[in-house]
Design a protein around this ligand. Structure first.
Ligand SMILES: Cc1cc2nc3c(=O)[nH]c(=O)nc-3n(C[C@H](O)[C@H](O)[C@H](O)COP(=O)(O)OP(=O)(O)OC[C@H]3O[C@@H](n4cnc5c(N)ncnc54)[C@H](O)[C@@H]3O)c2cc1C
Length: 537
């Protein structure tokens, strides 16, 4: 039997596994990813790549590809509440098209509509572009054993049937909600669990909006006498690919559902469509009891299962991948200390709980609009009044799940053992607003530099020591201490006037994932202690 040794074996080639493989490749680390399918996506789940994920893509040099994905740049991302496409529009939350500049202050990137049918291949090409990364499709992890000094894994090539045994320093399970690895490790899930059994129907109807006299939008929520019952999203306006997500399958399966009836309910009249697929799935709200055990680490849906209300599932998983990427690289390269990988669970599990809790709240808000809707389709004054009042209420309450910049960017590693707290109070953590903060553990806040770059563009593959002001403090002590341990650290001087105020310090040490590890006005004390702490030694 063939026997090879790998620094990192990744199980699962969904977006999270691909992002981790890409991040490791970008850092020059050898890894192999195994995915049991051929990677093709027939019924996409994810459609929104959020602002933080876009910042990751920007660092990897692929943000342009996401911007340029086939979703038209002039198509409004509006969220619209309707009784049906042919019926009434109750309310509209405006979200401008990609081509309209927003001059947002929170960061250099904003959320993009980019379905998994385009995003996964972008990640796949990115990861596959590194000679140190091997992507093996149609290959399944059958079993594994953590031997303490190494993980032994048995793989099957599903085309030839050939079995392979490999050893790896680390195994990372990105194997989705039903994670075989999580179950084999006996790691349980906490939280409410199953929230429902929705049904997704995919079809092509290129002129649906025009035919029904509706303005363009991307995300439509259907509400009728029985309450909010579905969201209807245009995945690809060019080919007219739509998805109806009926919130409750009513016990129906993909095989026996009356799909025509559901399309009629959404459209409000009979319509011919070209069917592109039907699938059922389980809406869950759960977080794993732990994110790692020994040499096995878990990421993405394997450890957190979110209701898609809020579009945070994959985006949270990408955050896991980026947190893990530099830490695994540090271990493989030798400068990561013995406690470094333990910080992964300490940092990312609280984020999992935060995002799962919020998206569950968004889901529950959808169910609160089911009473007193008998007049919703009435042409008279009663109907008019009800729709006006309901529209305002829906935009405010259900629309909250689309106003999540704080959720996207404001997560912080409060209890991190590898950040150095500075005693300042935590800024509020609001879903809809981001308070820029360089408090250790936070995402380093953005500002534009004179040369047109974002300060985020200064952060490289290693640590970055930012020195602020026209006469910045000396950072050489920290650089020397880092060099002594092999920790990659670059110094950048930022003399834009507002930078030091934004960061509330004159020196800030930024981690390879763009989070603040330490800040101060000068180096007081032992630089070696700071470096040891941030590398988990
Ligand atoms: C309807 C819907 C809409 C959504 N919209 C959004 C959105 O807009 N934004 C967002 O961020 N999230 C969204 N999500 C959530 C998002 O799709 C998931 O969070 C994301 O796909 C999880 O990625 P993953 O890589 O962790 O897992 P998966 O995508 O589930 O990938 C796991 C992979 O592991 C493979 N695998 C499993 N076991 C093995 C094995 N033993 N050997 C080899 N391979 C294995 C599987 O084949 C699979 O390809 C949505 C979800 C749904 C259901």
């Amino acid at each position: 039997m063939e026997m090879r040794h790998l620094p990192v074996l990744i199980v699962g080639g969904g977006p999270v596994g691909l992002a981790l493989a890409g991040d490791l490749g970008w850092r020059g680390i050898h890894c192999e990813l195994v995915e049991q399918t051929d990677g093709s996506i027939t019924t996409p789940k994810m459609n929104e790549v959020n602002a933080r994920s876009m910042e990751f893509c920007r660092r990897w040099g692929i943000a342009g590809q996401v911007h340029d994905c086939p979703f038209p740049g002039d198509w409004p991302l509006d969220v619209v509440f309707i009784t049906s496409f042919a019926g009434y529009e109750l309310g509209r939350l405006r979200r401008p098209p990609r081509n309209v500049p927003m001059n947002q202050t929170y960061g250099p990137e904003r959320l993009q509509a980019c379905s998994q049918i385009w995003f996964d291949p972008i990640l796949r090409t990115f990861a596959g572009s590194f000679p140190s990364v091997r992507l093996r499709y149609r290959t399944r992890l059958e079993s594994f054993e953590d031997k303490g000094d190494v993980v032994v894994a048995d793989l099957t090539d599903l085309d030839s049937g050939a079995r392979t045994r490999v050893t790896a320093d680390y195994l990372v399970a990105c194997d989705g909600a039903n994670s075989m690895v999580r179950q084999a490790l006996g790691i349980g899930l906490t939280g409410p669990g199953v929230l429902g059994h929705p049904l997704n129907l995919f079809f092509r109807a290129p002129n649906l909006l025009d035919a029904c006299g509706k303005q363009r939008g991307t995300f439509f929520l259907g509400i009728d006498r029985d309450g909010l019952w579905a969201n209807i999203r245009i995945i690809d306006p060019t080919s007219g690919l739509w998805r109806i997500m009926a919130f409750d399958s009513g016990g129906r399966t993909a095989e026996n559902v009356d799909r025509e009836a559901l399309v009629r309910r959404a459209v409000g009249r009979p319509i011919e469509v070209e069917w592109a697929g039907v699938s059922t799935w389980t809406r869950r709200s759960a977080v794993a009891e732990r994110y790692s055990k020994g040499r096995v680490l878990l990421a993405g849906d394997a450890v957190h299962q979110l209701s898609p209300t809020g579009a945070l599932g994959m985006n949270t998983g990408l955050g896991d991948a980026v947190d893990l990427g530099w830490k695994l690289a540090a271990k493989v390269k030798g400068w990561g200390g013995p406690e470094l990988l333990a910080s992964y669970d300490a940092e990312r599990r609280p984020v999992g709980h935060r995002n799962v809790a919020m998206t569950t709240q968004f889901f529950l808000a959808q169910g609160r609009h089911a009473e007193g809707l008998a007049a919703i389709d009435d042409g008279g004054d009663d109907g008019l009044r009800l729709r006006a009042q309901l529209g305002e209420q829906l935009v405010r309450e259900v629309g909250a799940m689309f106003q999540t910049i704080g959720l996207q960017l404001g997560y912080r590693y409060e209890e991190s053992p590898i950040c150095v707290p500075d005693g300042t109070p935590a800024p509020p953590d609001r879903p809809d607003d981001i308070v820029p903060s360089a408090r250790p553990g936070a995402r380093a806040p953005h500002l534009w530099l004179r040369d047109g770059r974002s300060i985020l563009d200064l952060f490289g593959r290693g640590f970055t020591l930012l020195r602020f002001g026209a006469d910045p403090p000396d950072g050489s002590g920290l650089a020397a201490a880092a060099a002594a341990c092999g920790v990659p650290l670059e110094i950048a001087t930022v003399d834009e006037e507002d930078a030091g105020d934004l960061y509330e310090c004159r020196l800030a040490l930024i981690r390879p994932d763009g989070h603040v590890a330490w800040r101060g006005d000068a180096l007081s004390g032992d630089a070696g202690e700071i470096i040891d702490r941030i590398r988990g030694a």
